[in-house]
Design a protein around this ligand. Structure first.
Ligand code: SF4
Length: 282
């Protein structure tokens, strides 16, 4: 176990129970590296997880306080905790694409609207892989999945003209980015910015699923093939080619530009209390 894993993660959860060759660990490693670079201690963070591969593999992995929500409901739990927690502690959520952009999307929108401090790392395996590999909200068009044997026919939310990050920007999110898990240092740098935002941050990160996505889409569970397939279809913003599906980098950075939800609420409550105290003393 490496130094960072020893410091931040529970030994009994290492190695992860993810399938052999799964790219999920790359997402978690980048996040832990970002926290280490920022000198956060375990007690500075509360880590929340949800359902599916991304939630299931991460639950109780964090060595400090953590919680699990039901599918798509981790965000309102985080909003409640945010009010109860000291302002300088951070909330980090690792969730899947179905959780964030499907069943939980309404809650994500309202977390963005209220600019609640949380860093949402969306670990995207391009569909519902923990249930056998059905298509989801980010499955690329034409891709064969368990539920689209003739190819994914629906549009998805990563297309430039209907990108989910644009919706979240309009909803009020103050930091938005997209990466693939093999982005390494670039992903770490983005996560550092996301965590430092005193508001709502979301980093969408695509990772390779060897067991279901690769088997259905590429006809093989060969990990190298699916890693290369994703890597070849990702390019930094501004360097896209016609084969690019995932444009990577920071899409929107308005960090610390709007009041944070819980701090604004606490201020309002203390203003009201002061007003009543002043009125009572007259
Ligand atoms: S099903 Fe896919 S995404 Fe889920 S743990 Fe296995 S390889 Fe990873």
């Amino acid at each position: 176990m490496d130094k960072l894993a020893r410091k931040y993660l529970r030994a009994r959860k290492i190695p992860s129970t993810a399938c052999s060759g799964c790219g999920l660990g790359q997402c978690h490693k980048a996040l832990v590296k970002a926290l280490a670079d920022l000198d956060y201690e375990v007690d500075d963070i509360i880590w929340g997880t949800s359902i599916g591969c991304s939630g299931r593999q991460t639950f109780a992995t964090w060595n400090g306080d953590n919680f699990a929500g039901t599918h798509g409901r981790v965000y309102p739990i985080a909003r409640g905790l945010r009010i109860a927690m000291p302002d300088d502690m951070k909330i980090i959520l690792t969730v899947g694409d179905g959780d964030a952009f499907g069943i939980g999307f309404n809650h994500v929108l309202h977390s963005a609207r209220t600019n609640t401090q949380m860093t949402v790392l969306v670990c995207d395996n391009l569909g519902y892989q923990s249930t056998g590999g059905q298509f989801g909200w980010t499955t690329p068009p034409g891709i064969v999945t368990d539920s689209s044997p003739y190819g994914m026919s629906e549009p998805n939310w990563v297309q430039p003209d209907m990108d989910v990050l644009k919706i979240l920007k309009e909803a009020g999110a103050t930091f938005l980015a997209r990466h693939v898990s093999m982005d390494g240092a670039a992903l770490v740098e983005t996560l550092k910015k996301a965590v430092q935002n005193n508001g709502f941050s979301l980093v969408h990160t695509v990772f390779p699923c060897t067991t279901n996505f690769a088997k259905n889409a590429l006809g093989s569970r060969n990990a190298v093939n699916i890693f290369n397939w994703i890597k070849d279809r990702a390019a930094p913003l501004g360097e896209e080619t016609e084969d690019t599906i995932w444009r990577t980098g920071v899409y929107h950075d308005a960090s610390n530009s709007r009041p944070e939800f819980s701090q604004a609420l606490k201020k309002q409550v203390s203003d009201i209390q002061r007003r009543f105290q002043d009125e009572g003393s007259h």
